[in-house]
Design a protein around this ligand. Structure first.
Ligand code: SF4
Length: 397
């Protein structure tokens, strides 16, 4: 293992590697924040092998390492690219580390060959689809402005026919926040059982009008509450990330720390297709910022992980993000289920990492936590108190 301790820090644990196989995307969503989505560059195999050789040699990998192929549309590259890449990573993987690959895609290019690859490598698949056609096509459009629903739904149905498990991520707009019934009807009609929501947010150059609106938290709370109730009544939705992840965090054993890889140096290791390395929130990769060297801490082809960890940009980001986490710890009653939030949102909404609450954390942490706790209290009120103690007393035990 490399000696991280020469940097004066404890050795990090790399939990997630976000790999950008290409920045290119075949469509042009109106809310997209990816700055280089017109560039057709591709990550060379030498970058991939160098990256994973260094991660595995460092001894810093978590026992369960998640590799997410994202930050562009990964399926614009051929299936053979991933066959080669995944085989190369597998050849480097030490036996004590389990690697799980995941892909986030707009689904338009899914073919039987992709399905075979997903099944062979047990790839976690996330499909970006924003609900029924009118809601989806309002924002998820081609460069000429045409809706992409027809191709995305064809890809989603192919995954189902080929028995590839997947979840969906739906970005909620002002319109979809008013339509929990229509959103649920859509998922039920399409047999979608695992659902994640993102509220359209401000990131990079994209400024979300929804975030600026004063009544968005109330509307999101109403949406999520209604959707959760209807989904549970339907008995056909297995997982709503905003609710089910929160329940897990609230009711975890006390001994279990609330980890937040986004605030730990190299908790998330994010690599651009040219080998540039960033950390913390993956959305920072590709953004510009003079104070932090555009969030780039080095290049995997030329720098060691240890040198990157001790470099100027990483040191400055680590310091400022830690200050923000500390502010959260001291001032926020949700800290025990949040762990200090998402640095990219603190920066884009508050103007700095060393800050606290954001509209994003209100929507993704506070409102789901409030809903989960309100439901629990309601359950406690309506369930009869346990009578075990009284019965035992009567039996003289
Ligand atoms: S909910 Fe917001 S303010 Fe509270 S700990 Fe999380 S990021 Fe900080």
């Amino acid at each position: 293992m490399l000696n991280a301790l020469s940097t004066g820090r404890a050795a990090p644990t790399i939990e997630t590697v976000v790999v950008q196989p290409t920045p290119f995307c075949n469509i042009n969503c109106r809310y997209c924040y990816l700055p280089d989505r017109n560039q057709k560059a591709k990550m060379e195999l030498s970058v991939i092998t160098t990256l994973f050789s260094k991660i595995f040699a460092s001894g810093w990998s978590a026992d369960q390492l998640t590799v997410i192929w994202h930050a562009g549309e990964p399926l614009v590259l051929p299936v053979s690219y991933y066959e080669t890449a995944l085989r190369a990573i597998e050849a480097l993987r030490p036996p004590e580390v389990a690697v799980r690959h995941a892909i986030q895609t707009n689904g338009m290019l899914i073919s039987p060959e992709w399905c075979a690859l997903f099944k062979q490598w047990d790839v976690g698949v996330g499909v970006s689809i924003d609900g029924p056609q009118a809601l989806h096509d309002a924002n998820r459009v081609t460069r000429s402005g045409l809706g992409t629903f027809a191709q995305t739904i064809a890809g989603l149905r192919l995954l189902q026919r080929e028995k590839v498990p997947f979840h969906v991520i739906s970005v909620l707009s002002a319109e979809s926040l008013q339509s929990p019934e229509a959103m649920l009807d859509f998922y039920l009609a399409e047999g979608v059982e695992d659902i994640c929501f993102n509220v359209e947010e401000s990131e990079g150059d994209h400024v979300s009008g929804l975030f600026a609106a004063a009544d968005t938290p109330r509307r999101f709370r109403e949406f999520l509450s209604r959707f959760w109730t209807l989904a549970r009544q339907s008995g056909q939705v297995r997982f709503i990330r905003e609710i089910d992840d929160m329940l897990e965090r609230i009711f975890r054993p006390e001994s279990c720390d609330m980890g937040n890889a986004q605030v730990e140096p190299f908790g998330m290791l994010n690599v651009a297709c040219d080998g540039s390395v960033s950390s913390f929130s993956p959305e920072l990769l590709g953004l510009k910022n003079a104070a932090y060297n555009d969030f780039i801490v080095g290049n995997i082809l030329t720098d060691s992980l240890e040198a990157m960890l001790g470099g100027e940009a990483m040191t400055a980001m680590t310091r400022d993000i830690a200050a923000g986490v500390e502010l959260c710890r001291q001032s926020c009653e949700y800290f025990s289920v949040c762990g200090g939030g998402a640095p990219v949102n603190k920066l884009s909404e508050n103007g700095g990492f060393s800050s606290g609450a954001t509209s994003f954390c209100k929507l993704t942490e506070m409102i789901p936590a409030d809903l989960a706790l309100a439901a629990f209290e309601q359950l406690e009120r309506t369930m009869p108190a346990p009578e075990i103690g009284a019965a035992r007393f009567a039996e003289g035990k």
